[in-house]
Each structure stands twice: as C-alpha cells, then as structure tokens.
Design a protein around this ligand. Structure first.
Ligand code: NAD
Length: 443
C-alpha cells in the first residue's frame, strides 16, 4: 500500500510532550490537531499563547497555526474520528506506591475506541510500564464502536524540558516499538521528514528503552552526588574529579555535574516506576533503589548543612535563588525548592524568592499573603539584608550575580550553592562564606 507524504495526526495532551510533538509534526508538514481536556489551555493555545515555557515553542506554534497545519480543540471525537494516527502524550504520574498512574492513558484509549470511524494507528508517547501498549491495544479493541482496524505502537519520548523543540527536531534517535509491519511503515513515513536515526524494536523493548535510559541518567546523577559527598569528606574536589573522568569515552562528559539532585516530572517517577515493575516480577532493582535513596537525601543536603551552621532560622531573612527544577523550564515538579522552602517556612524564616520563569507557578502554591514569602524581580533584590542565601537553580540571571554582590548586599554573606556555579577561589577572594557540593567549604 502506498502511504501518503503527510498525515492527519491528532495528539492527546498538550503538555511538554504532546504540545511539542504536535507543533513539530506540523512543522514538518503534517496536518495536526492537538487535544486537551483543559479548556483554559486550549483557549490560550488558540490565542497563540503557549501554556508552558519552552524555548522556540510559541514561535513555531504560531507559525504553523497561521499556516493552517495546526489546530487545538477539546472536542476529542472530532479530532480522533478520521485521524490517520493518534499520538498519546498524557501524563503518567507517580502513585503513592511508586507505580505509574495509567488512568489518563485509559481514558484516552476509551475515547479513541468510541470515536474512530476509520483504520488508525495509535501511538503511545507517554512513558508507560512494559506491557502497557499490549493492554492499551486490547482495551481499545474491547471498546471499539465502529468496524475498523486499530493498532497500537510505542514511540517513547526523550526530549528534555528547556530544550524540547530542539531535542525533537534534532533527536539523537527515534524509537519505534511495534511487531506490525504496517505500523512500522507508517511511523517511518511520519518521521521521514525529520531525517533522524530510527531504531525499530518490539513494543516491550521500546517501553523498556525509555525507562532504562531515564534511570541510567538518574543513576549517573546520583552516582556523582554520592562521590561528591565523599569528596567533601576526604578533601577532593568533585569538579576536578568529573573533569578527569570526562576524558574517558566510556564514561562521557555529560551528566557528571554534582548538585542537589534530580527533579522534574520524569527521573523521580520513572525510577520508582521501574523499581515497582521489577518488584512485581519478584526482582529487586538494587541500583535504581540506590539512585532514589541518594537523590532523596541530596535534595535537602544544603538545608541540613545550614541547620548545623545556624542556631535557628526563626526570623532570618533567607534569599532563595531559583525555584524550577532546572533552568529553561517553568516546571516545578519535584524541584528541590519544593523540598526546602516549606522546611524554611516551618522554621520561621522569611523567604525572598527569585526565579525568572517559575515564580508564577510557585506563587500559586505559596501565595505571598498566606506564607512568609516574598517574590522579587531580581536576584539582588532578594539578597538585600539577607542572613543566608540558597541557590537551587543555575539560571543565567543567577549566575550573573557577582561574588562581591553577596558581600555588598547581604547582612551576612553566607551562601549555600546547590549548583556549584562559582569558583571556590572567587568566593574566597570576595569574602563570602560559601558551601557547595563536593568541594571545600569557604569559611
Ligand atoms: P503534562 O502533565 O505536562 O501534560 C499532560 C496533558 O495531558 C495535560 O495538559 C492534561 O490536561 C492532558 N490530558 C489529560 N487527560 C487527557 C485526555 N483524556 N485527553 C486529552 N488530554 C488530556 O505531561 P508531560 O510532562 O507532557 O508528560 C506526558 C508524558 O510524557 C508522561 O508519561 C511523561 O512521563 C512523558 N515524558 C515527559 C517528558 C518531559 O520532559 N516532561 C519527557 C519524556 C517523556
């Protein structure tokens, strides 16, 4: 069968994954409809406003919307009924026992089954436990209303927030998971205009590739943090250690930075979900458990250090620089700020928080009037008269603060840096009392 050059694609979910995928599919020439249950998000999107902060996304979105290749709707029936392919990019959040919550996936599967009126390929982009694609296919067949052929393929997403558009258009690889020749050919054709390496495997292997990749990265981070903590105890410097390690091609130079642990919506939940999957099969995934344990301790390491240094936080003015889990995103999910700021507030601190992008989301959870917290427009504003400063995110605006500024602006220049953004010597020369990760303290 001859496949067309461009396809009618619908995408379920307009979050970080779904919206970026939809926009990029439109950018390469497909006809795309993005669907969400959140009416406010769809209204914003129709006005050309991206509900998430992601470099280049809004510009590309407006361009393709204007070109008529991209539409947004809450009407899933209209969006799904005659689509060639439906990509699912809804959330699979963590449940209290660590397993992935598949209720959004199930809802979309049912909506698809009830809506489609022609043969269709359903593609699961969301991160789902191994075996889920099989269940989604069965579930859709169970609820099908019309006499059509539906197949389900796995196509896990590897974008990183902050560089999501680039990561999609220039992905290192595209993973296609299917046992069906038709589904494989269709996905190959959909991705042809991207001109990227494609790895075609079974559905279960594709599902596992996603978890194995994310958990490997989480392990790498936790390993470096573990070594960083040991460096501090034995008088070595983690940055020198990482630099020395990075020349070894077997190790690679990326993901060797020590810090206050990984956050975001993926590594924390995907480590727990894989450990849960292993447990279900009677296997103890010890390496991943260790990564989770190290990460949990790492998040509040600086708070614990500061608690040992200060008698109390009660009445202290605390500057917090950085709220999001990393720069380049507005996402606060599992951000270290959320582990530390409640502790500081509980202990009576007055928090002055700065973040160039994450402030709006954070202030919804911790409004100024309700909590002893004030949001400032510039990092320097938060430092004025502060007794202590915590750095949680390495935004450029925060890296631009000079060592001398801490001395000039703070009541006591006491800085806890969770991202190792300063050289030890420059803080020493400026006269800052400086604690970071895996390096000597400047006292
Ligand atoms: P998100 O929470 O940002 O977005 C999910 C969207 O789905 C929301 O807008 C929600 O309203 C919508 N939704 C829920 N039910 C729906 C339904 N029935 N129909 C249509 N829309 C519906 O999630 P995300 O961060 O984009 O992650 C989505 C999935 O992709 C997860 O499985 C995640 O693990 C995976 N993933 C995320 C990233 C990332 O960096 N965020 C990277 C790779 C993979």
């Amino acid at each position: 069968m001859q496949l067309p050059q461009s396809f009618k694609i619908s995408v379920a979910g307009t979050g970080y994954v779904g919206l970026v995928a939809g926009v990029c599919f439109a950018e390469v020439g497909h006809q795309v409809t993005c669907v969400d249950i959140d009416k406010d998000k769809i209204d914003m999107l129709k006005q050309g406003i991206s509900p998430i902060y992601e470099a280049d996304l809004e510009e590309l979105m407006r361009k393709n919307y204007a070109a008529g290749r991209l539409t947004f709707t809450t009407d899933h029936v209209r969006a799904y009924k005659d689509a060639d392919a439906i990509f699912i990019g809804v959330g699979t959040p963590e449940q209290p026992d660590g397993s992935a919550n598949l209720s959004h996936i199930a809802t979309v599967a049912r909506q698809i089954a009830e809506a489609i009126e022609k043969d269709c390929l359903v593609v699961v982009k969301s991160t789902v436990p191994v075996g889920t694609n099989d269940k989604v296919e069965q579930f859709i067949h169970d609820f099908l209303v019309h006499d059509v052929i539906v197949e389900v393929a796995s196509n896990p997403e590897f974008l990183a927030q902050g560089t999501a558009v680039r990561d999609t258009l220039e992905a290192a690889r595209i993973i296609i998971g299917t046992e069906s020749r038709w589904a494989e050919a269709m996905l190959m054709k959909i991705y042809e205009p991207f001109n990227l390496p494609i790895v075609s495997v079974s559905r279960r292997s594709a599902e596992m590739i996603k978890y194995a990749s994310n958990d490997f990265l989480a392990l790498k981070i936790s390993y470096m943090n573990d070594i960083a903590n040991l460096c501090e105890l034995v008088g070595a410097d983690i940055q020198d250690v990482a630099r020395g390690m990075s020349f070894d091609e077997r190790i690679g130079s990326k993901f060797l930075s020590a810090g206050i642990g990984y956050g975001g919506s993926c590594f924390p939940k995907d480590t727990k979900a894989l450990a849960y999957l292993a447990r279900q099969h009677g296997y103890n995934l010890r390496t991943v458990h260790a990564a989770v344990e190290v990460n949990n301790d790492q998040k509040t390491l600086l708070y614990k250090k500061a608690s040992n240094r200060l008698i109390t936080f009660d009445g202290l003015k605390v500057a917090v620089l950085g709220l999001t889990f990393k720069p380049g995103t507005d996402d606060l999910r599992e951000a270290p700020s959320l582990a530390n700021i409640p502790l500081l507030l509980e202990r009576g601190a007055k928090v002055y928080a700065y973040d160039p992008v994450g402030r709006a989301n954070f202030s919804q959870m911790y409004p100024e009037g309700e909590y002893n917290i004030k949001y400032v427009d510039r990092p320097e504003e938060g430092l004025i008269g502060a007794n202590v400063c915590f750095i949680f995110t390495e935004w450029d605006e925060i890296k631009a603060v000079q060592p001398a500024d801490y001395v000039a602006l703070m009541r006591t220049p006491l800085v806890y840096d969770g991202r190792n953004i300063y050289e030890i010597t420059e803080m020493q020369d400026a006269g800052v009392e400086y604690y970071s990760i895996g390096r000597a303290a400047v006292v």
